[in-house]
Write a protein that binds this ligand. Structure first.
Ligand code: NSS
Length: 431
C-alpha cells in the first residue's frame, strides 16, 4: 500500500512513493509530458506524467482529465526548484474518479455576479481557500482567547421573542401562531448567564434584515460576544484591545502563507498591539470637523466618517461615549453626562471601520424599563430581562465582534462577501 500524503506536508516524503487524492487544478500539455497541477485542499503540487514511464492507459487518463476532475495520483516525491512549492510528483499511477464537465470558472476574469452565482465552485479558488483558512483561524483564536481567560461558552438561542438591536432589522418567523425573530445578538442571554458564571461568551450566527447594500453588511453574520459581571466601560475597552490584538497576532503567526497569497501587506497588522488609542465621541466629532466633513453632533457615524477617523491612527481605535440617542436601549448612561452612553465601538484601521460594538449595560430596573418603553419595545417580552435587575444586579459590560468584518480587515478585502462561505445578502439567497 502506498502511503497517502497531503500536499502541505509533502516535504516530509521526499524520495518516497505516495498517493495524493484531490482535484485537477490546471494542466499543461507538452506532448509526451503532462504537467498536472493537483490540489487537495492543503495545497497544490505539480504531478508530472511522462509517456514512457507509465502504462498507455495512465497516460491517456492524464491527457483526458479536465479541470476540476477528481483524481488520485501516486508517484515519487522529488525536490525540484522549478516546481511551484519546490516539490513535484513523478507519477506512476493515475485514476480519474470523476471526469469533470467543462468547468465554468476559468482562469480568465469573471464578473462578481457570475462568481456569486457560482459561489459553491468559486470556493475552490486559491484566493477563496486562503480567506476561508484565515476565517477559521480568526474563529479559533476567538475561542482560544476566551477559553483560556476564564470565560465560559454559553450558547444563546437563535429563535427569540424580542429585538436586541432595534426593530427595523428583524427577521420575523412564525412560531406556532406567535411571532418569533431570528437573533440579532446573543447579548441579552449572555447577560442572564453572567449571574451564573461570572464571565461568559457566546458565539454564533446572527441575523439582521439590513435593507441597504454596502460592502460592510451581511444579513447573516457571525458574532462573538463576551459579557462580564462587575465590569465597567474601561474593563470592556481593555478586554477589546487585548482580544483584537490576540486575533491579529494569531493570524500573523499561523496563516502567514495565506496572507501572502492574498498579497496582504502585513506591516499595519504587525502594529496591532495594546493599548489602542481611545477617544470620546466628542473628540471624534472634532476630528471630523477639522477634516472638513459635514457632521452633525448627535448623529451616528456613517462609513465615510469611520474611515476618516480610523485614518488618523495606525492601530484600531476605541471610540467611546456615543450619544444615547444613537445607541441601543440597554446602554448605561454616563453618570456625568446622561445624554451620553457608556458605549464603545472599535474601529479598524486602513478604512475598515467598526468591527466591535458594546459597552456597559443599564443595571437599574426602573431606568431599563423606561428605556424599553421609550424605544417602543414590548415590555412583556422583556420581563425576564428586567428580572435580572431584580435579583442581584451588578454593573456589567460586554461587546460583540463581527467575524466577517474582522476577516475583511485582516485579509485586506474590499468587500465583506468573500469572508463567509455562503454570504446572505440583499436579494441573494442562492446558492
Ligand atoms: O450591533 S452591534 O454594534 N452590537 C451588538 O449587536 C451588541 N448586542 C453586541 C454586544 O454588546 N454583545 O454589532 C456588533 C458587531 C459590529 O461591530 C459589526 O462588527 C458586526 O457586529 N455587525 C455586522 N457585520 C456584518 N453585517 C452586519 N449587518 C452587521 N451588523 C453588525
Amino acid at each position: 500500500m502506498v502511503e497517502r500524503a497531503c500536499v502541505e506536508s509533502i516535504a516530509q516524503h521526499e524520495g518516497q512513493q505516495v498517493t495524493i487524492k484531490g482535484w485537477l487544478y490546471n494542466k499543461t500539455d507538452k506532448g509526451k509530458l503532462q504537467f498536472l497541477l493537483v490540489r487537495d485542499g492543503t495545497g497544490i503540487i505539480q504531478a508530472v506524467v511522462l509517456e514512457d514511464d507509465v502504462p498507455a492507459q495512465t497516460f491517456e487518463a492524464a491527457q483526458m482529465a479536465t479541470q476540476e476532475s477528481s483524481i488520485i495520483v501516486s508517484g515519487t516525491v522529488r525536490a525540484d526548484e522549478r516546481a511551484p512549492g519546490g516539490y513535484e510528483l513523478a507519477v506512476t499511477e493515475l485514476e480519474v474518479v470523476q471526469l469533470a464537465e467543462p468547468y465554468p470558472i476559468t482562469p480568465k476574469e469573471h464578473g462578481v455576479s457570475f462568481l456569486m452565482d457560482h459561489r459553491h465552485l468559486w470556493l475552490r479558488s486559491p484566493r477563496q481557500q486562503a480567506i476561508l483558512k484565515i476565517r477559521a483561524e480568526v474563529i479559533r483564536a476567538c475561542r482560544d482567547y476566551f477559553d483560556s481567560n476564564g470565560f465560559t461558552l454559553v450558547d444563546t438561542p437563535i429563535l427569540t421573542p424580542a429585538a436586541c438591536e432595534g426593530t427595523s432589522t428583524l427577521f420575523e418567523t412564525d412560531y406556532f401562531g406567535e411571532s418569533a425573530y431570528l437573533a440579532q445578538s446573543g447579548q441579552l442571554y449572555s447577560e442572564a448567564s453572567i449571574a451564573a458564571l461570572g464571565k461568559v461568551y457566546c458565539f454564533g450566527p446572527t441575523f439582521r434584515a439590513e435593507k441597504s447594500k454596502t460592502r460592510r453588511h451581511l444579513l447573516e453574520f457571525w458574532m462573538v460576544e463576551p459579557e462580564m459581571a462587575y465590569a465597567d466601560l474601561d474593563d470592556c475597552m481593555h478586554l477589546a484591545e487585548e482580544f483584537v490584538a490576540y486575533i491579529v497576532q494569531s493570524v500573523l503567526k499561523n496563516r502567514k502563507a495565506q496572507l501572502e497569497l492574498l498579497g496582504r501587506d502585513t506591516t499595519p497588522l504587525e502594529r496591532v498591539e495594546p493599548p489602542f488609542p481611545r477617544m470620546t465621541y466628542d473628540e471624534a466629532v472634532e476630528i471630523l470637523h477639522s477634516k472638513g466633513l459635514d457632521f452633525q453632533w448627535g448623529d451616528d457615524f456613517g462609513a465615510p466618517d469611520e474611515t476618516a477617523l480610523a485614518e488618523e491612527f495606525e492601530r484600531p481605535v476605541l471610540v467611546n461615549r456615543y450619544p444615547t440617542q444613537v445607541k441601543a436601549f440597554y446602554m448605561e448612561p454616563d453618570p456625568e453626562r446622561p445624554e451620553l452612553s457608556l458605549s464603545v465601538d472599535c474601529l479598524a484601521p486602513e478604512g475598515y471601520g467598526e468591527i466591535i460594538g458594546g459597552g456597559q449595560r443599564i443595571a437599574d430596573r426602573d431606568l431599563l424599563l423606561q428605556r424599553i418603553e421609550e424605544h417602543d419595545l414590548p415590555a412583556q417580552a422583556f420581563q425576564w430581562y428586567l428580572d435580572l435587575r431584580r435579583y442581584g444586579s451588578t454593573p456589567h459590560s460586554g461587546f460583540g465582534l463581527g467575524i466577517e468584518r474582522t476577516v475583511a480587515w485582516i485579509c485586506g478585502l474590499e468587500h465583506i462577501r468573500e469572508t463567509i462561505p455562503f454570504p446572505r445578502m440583499l436579494y441573494r439567497i442562492y446558492p
